[in-house]
Design a protein around this ligand. Structure first.
Ligand SMILES: Cc1ncc(COP(=O)(O)O)c(C=O)c1O
Length: 362
């Protein structure tokens, strides 16, 4: 049944979004983050659309993701920032992938491998990867020593998006790092710590490059604020056909655990998509879907390969196309609606979609 579940990606929307984001942050450059299979949209096809639309950089978490892009013939600059223990960076050098390095060991390996350039990754308060402030003096000194054969093209950090004050403290730490590097004669042209949230809501932390993930897919990083506010368009639609319908008498239990018992006789329709496809089970009995311009509730528990919707007395038929989420301007539920229904975040709604699902590109 997996083949009946369709992910449709509108590459026109992806290209349009890059145009919007480039204008928003100009004169800063733009990177689009295509990690996690381009947030479920399909890495190679999405990356091609972003590059065609003029994005300056592609960003990925690891070198495997970078190499997938290179194998597909994508030659745009690619930055990768999460590395396996003991990474040699030989593949980065061979395929012209730029690593962001988080410590002296990675810096030395990148230099030994002969990569074209590095970005230095620093921790300004997220407490994830990146060198912490006490490590900066030695890290930066070694980068300055190696700079004649390993150019420091960028300085990067990542915000926690906790509050404007806390993000401001990170931006201040980033400036301290820039100053410290400058004192050593290292002035990386690309200074980047903003992702979608800080990139869209100008807060002084944009630097010279913004790494857009979610916003490039036309989705908003802010709960309660639609990406349409910035003129961004969601690109991904998840849909599946009705496979059967049946009349259910009032009081009859529906799906595992009988979470739902209709108050009145009703018709339920079975849709062959479930949590094995990446649809969050936590949205059981809460999310909605659409058929044409009509909206219906998901009822009962979402199962591994199927969910059930309550269509009342409407003339819904086998084969009717059920849109779980897509573009609200076309009457669909949004990925954010599904995230709200499951108590999750929009990132998960798209990024957790199974790689086994067929993706069709418009
Ligand atoms: C280092 C880094 N930069 C940028 C992004 C893009 O973030 P967003 O999708 O919020 O724009 C991510 C995503 O998690 C990231 O890990």
């Amino acid at each position: 049944m997996t083949q009946d579940v369709k992910i449709t990606v509108d590459t026109t929307a992806l290209r349009h979004n890059v145009g919007v984001l480039r204008e928003v942050v100009a004169p800063a450059e733009t990177m689009v983050v295509v990690k996690a299979d381009a947030y479920g949209h399909g890495a190679v096809e999405s990356a091609r659309a972003f590059v065609e639309a003029g994005v300056d950089w592609l960003g990925v978490a690891d070198l495997d993701e970078a190499l997938e892009l290179r194998r597909a013939g994508i030659t745009a600059p690619v930055l990768a920032w999460l590395h396996a223990p003991g990474e040699t960076f030989a593949s980065a050098a061979a395929h012209d992938v730029t690593p962001a390095v988080s410590d002296i060991a990675q810096l030395e390996s990148a230099a030994a491998a002969g990569v074209r350039a590095v970005h230095l990754c620093i921790d300004t308060g997220l407490s994830r990867n990146g060198a912490v402030e006490s490590e900066w003096p030695a890290f930066f000194r070694r980068a300055a020593e190696l700079a004649h054969r390993l150019p420091v093209e960028g300085l990067m950090s990542h915000l926690s998006n906790t509050s404007p004050e806390e993000d401001g403290q990170q931006a201040a730490a980033f400036l301290r790092a820039t100053g410290m590097l400058g004192d050593l004669g290292v002035e990386p042209p690309l200074r980047h710590l903003a992702a979608s949230a800080a990139g869209l809501s100008y807060d002084g932390s944009r630097g010279t490059l913004v790494r857009f993930g979610l916003a490039a897919y036309g989705l908003s990083p802010f709960a309660g604020r639609s990406a349409a506010e910035w003129g961004l368009r969601p690109a991904l639609t998840l849909s599946a056909p009705v496979t059967s319908t049946k009349r259910v008498p009032a009081g009859e239990g529906v799906s595992y655990g009988y979470l739902f018992r209709p108050e009145h006789d009703t018709t339920i329709a079975v849709v062959p998509v479930g949590y094995a496809d990446g649809v969050d089970r936590a949205a059981s009995d809460r999310a909605s879907v659409s058929i044409g311009q009509r909206t219906y509730r998901v009822r009962g528990r979402i199962a591994m390969n199927a969910l059930v919707i309550d269509v009342g007395d409407d003339p819904v038929e086998v084969g009717d196309d059920v849109v779980l989420f897509g573009d609200p301007s076309r009457g669909h539920q949004s990925a954010a609606d599904w995230a709200a229904a499951s108590g999750g975040i929009t990132y998960e709604t798209v990024a957790c979609l199974s790689g086994a699902l067929t993706r069709r590109y418009l």
